[in-house]
Design a protein around this ligand. Sequence first.
Ligand code: CMC
Length: 437
Amino acid sequence: MSEQDKSHNQGFTLTDNRTGDSYELPVIQGTTGPDVIDVRRLYAETDCFTYDPGFTSTGSCESKITFIDGEKGILRYRGYPIDVLAEKSDFMEVCYLLLYGELPSPGQKKKFEHDISYHTMLHEQINNFFRGFRRDAHPMAVMCGVVGALSAFYHDSTDINDPKHRMIASYRLIAKMPTIAATAYKFSVGQPFMYPRNDLKYADNFLYMMNATPCEDYKVNPVLARAMDRILILHADHEQNASTSTVRLAGSSGANPFACISAGIASLWGPAHGGANEAVLNMLTEIGSVDKIPEFINKAKDKDDPFRLMGFGHRVYKNFDPRAQVMRQTCHEVLDELGVEDEPLLDIAMELERIALEDEYFVEKKLYPNVDFYSGIIFKAMGIPTSLFTVLFAVARTVGWVAQWNEMIEDPSQKIGRPRQLYTGDVERNYVSLHKR
Ligand code: CMC
């Protein structure tokens, strides 16, 4: 769509009550979802910035990748509803869809899977990086370091203006993330690093590298592999969230893609974003027993107490999180498969879910269990250490990050991201020399 096709004149008239001047602000329509008021000329014409900390009313870019309607609980990748993809598709197909915009033909899918598996191995030198960390380092710290370090290894694909170079870097990132995550885990538990097996599917290979040892055969449980594949699909992209916006912002300066993804991983780490699945488990441990739940519910409701129920609420989904619905079902499939019963943390989780869904405070504020609530429980049941939960989120989100990064670079209106501010500090002060202070 050209700029002219998208905007129409029935826009907004902004009146400056200080001067009485009026300004016409064009409105741009997307294919679905809210229109946007185009404020690009606002500063030039009015000498004012817009002010929107947390970007709750700001569209930062144009995108064709992911659509979310938080009120209706809709999430679609390239137009395909998330529940349909989770049921009918697999992660490799979803990666292709996010990167190229279309579902692959059988031949395209086969080639894509082959090409991704061709890049799963890490440069041997990279393995030395892991050995430089403390064994008790948080795996997200290791991920930030090692993924950033990849930028020192691939000098053949550093021209970000060449689409081929960008795709090679994208494939490498998607392919190597499970290997990096599994190696970080193996290092933390002191087990030998497992090399990827390219005869296995993406999720199966990931479980293999995490759980196998060189001493014995390891058979991937198909129910767990399917659950992992679904978790990867559900987390693959989520439009302009904090980590994706970080990747776009870092990339807008023309930075190396591996460094940009490392910045995204850092942003994902926080407990209000990807770190929530880890925070859920920590919170369940802190609650400790089912009879303590009311006490924690009361803490969460107390305005003077900063405590929040981790895994509840979402910035965008205000009625339900469509990913959480699929995840809830997957969660019960995994618990059944593993025969998990009498696991105190899972009992607490299920009771917490029940109470919060009925409690007036949570119902009124539309605080439903989000995707991280269930993913934390699934990972716990699978025996994955808590500190690794956000790493798994990073593995899944890598395809979204690279798809968004590619889209940003291809966008002709792309500029370096440079927000402005409302300055409230001192105006101008006279410098007083040290001996006079
Ligand atoms: N527990 C208790 N109260 C809550 C919670 C919660 N988890 N979440 C929001 N509230 C209350 C909050 O205190 C506020 O109350 P009031 O209107 O009386 O001041 C109201 O609900 C609205 O909260 P908000 O902070 O304005 O909402 P937000 O849209 O800025 O925050 C959130 C969204 C996800 C940061 C928040 O719900 C939260 O901190 N949840 C827990 C952390 C979590 O699970 N994060 C994972 C998000 S999903 C993963 C992802 O997509 O990255």
